[in-house]
Each structure stands twice: as structure tokens, then as C-alpha cells.
Design a binder for this molecule. Structure first.
Ligand code: TYD
Length: 134
């Protein structure tokens, strides 16, 4: 059973022309992929995230450059430094995430289990704390 913060290692095929990784939904990530989004052109010092999800599962990849991913399940907080495009971090539901310290030109790709739905977001930290204490 995957836990939030677990690293997924994607198949990597390398030769003298470079490297190729591939990701199949339900195979290399634990859900069918219904949406892909990416963060780029991040201004120096900007942070992203700052929310949790009620049902959404995601896998986050530093496809270029690096950033820190801070995950908080309400009991403990852990910080991961992502910089390898052949790895993804699994993020389950009811986990507060912050993304910080983007390197210049960093690109963060997110594979998501559902299409965009604003009603699936928990954007207030106190609301997040109270949902997980239930
Ligand atoms: P948000 O999820 O708050 O970004 P981040 O995770 O980087 O903090 O989304 C920013 C805006 O983009 C918000 O208005 C919702 C919108 N949005 C979509 O319309 N579709 C999407 O798939 C995503 C992820 C965001």
C-alpha cells in the first residue's frame, strides 16, 4: 500500500542519444491518469500548493530543475527534495502540500487521478486539520 511521500521509480531507457522515461497509468502510477498539469515560469521565491484534496491522488515529478515538496498528513510533516525526472512522489488524499524553493527554470509535472474539481480542494489549513481529526 503506497503512502504519501513514497517515491516511484519510472522505467528508464538510456543510450548514447540520452534517456527516455515512460509512465503508464495504473501500471507505474497507482491510478488511471485523468489529468496532467504542470507548473513552470515560477518567479524567484514563489511558493505553490497550500492545500489538500478530499479524494484526489497525484504523482508529482520534477521534470526539469528542482524544488522542495513539504507533505503534512496532520500528524507529521516531511520534506522531500525533488530533482530527478525519473522519479515521482505519490501524494494521497487528505495531505497538505507546499512546494517551495523552485530552482530557476524548474518545471513540476503532476499526474492526477481525477479531472479538475474545485470542490475537491481543502484550501484552509484549519479546515484541513478538522477534517483529519474526525
Ligand atoms: P492551484 O491548484 O491552486 O495551484 P497550485 O497547486 O500550484 O497552488 O490552481 C491554481 C489555479 O488554477 C486555480 O484557479 C485553479 C486552476 N486550475 C485549473 O483550472 N485546473 C487544474 O487542473 C488545476 C491544477 C488548477
Amino acid at each position: 500500500m503506497l503512502k504519501s511521500g513514497d517515491l516511484l521509480e519510472f522505467p528508464k531507457i538510456g543510450d548514447h542519444r540520452g534517456s527516455l522515461c515512460f509512465i503508464e497509468g495504473g501500471e507505474h502510477v497507482p491510478f488511471p491518469i485523468r489529468r496532467i498539469y504542470y507548473l513552470f515560469d515560477i518567479p524567484d521565491g514563489a511558493d505553490r500548493g497550500g492545500h489538500a484534496h478530499k479524494a484526489l491522488e497525484q504523482v508529482m515529478i520534477a521534470i526539469h530543475g528542482s524544488f522542495d515538496l513539504i507533505l503534512n498528513d496532520g500528524a507529521e510533516e516531511r520534506s522531500l527534495h525533488l530533482s530527478d525526472p525519473s522519479e515521482g512522489v505519490y501524494i494521497g488524499n487528505h495531505v497538505w502540500r507546499e512546494i517551495r524553493n523552485f530552482s530557476a527554470g524548474a518545471v513540476c509535472v503532476v499526474l492526477a487521478s481525477e479531472r479538475y474539481d474545485e470542490s475537491d480542494y481543502i484550501r484552509n489549513y484549519e479546515d484541513f486539520k478538522s477534517t483529519i481529526q474526525r
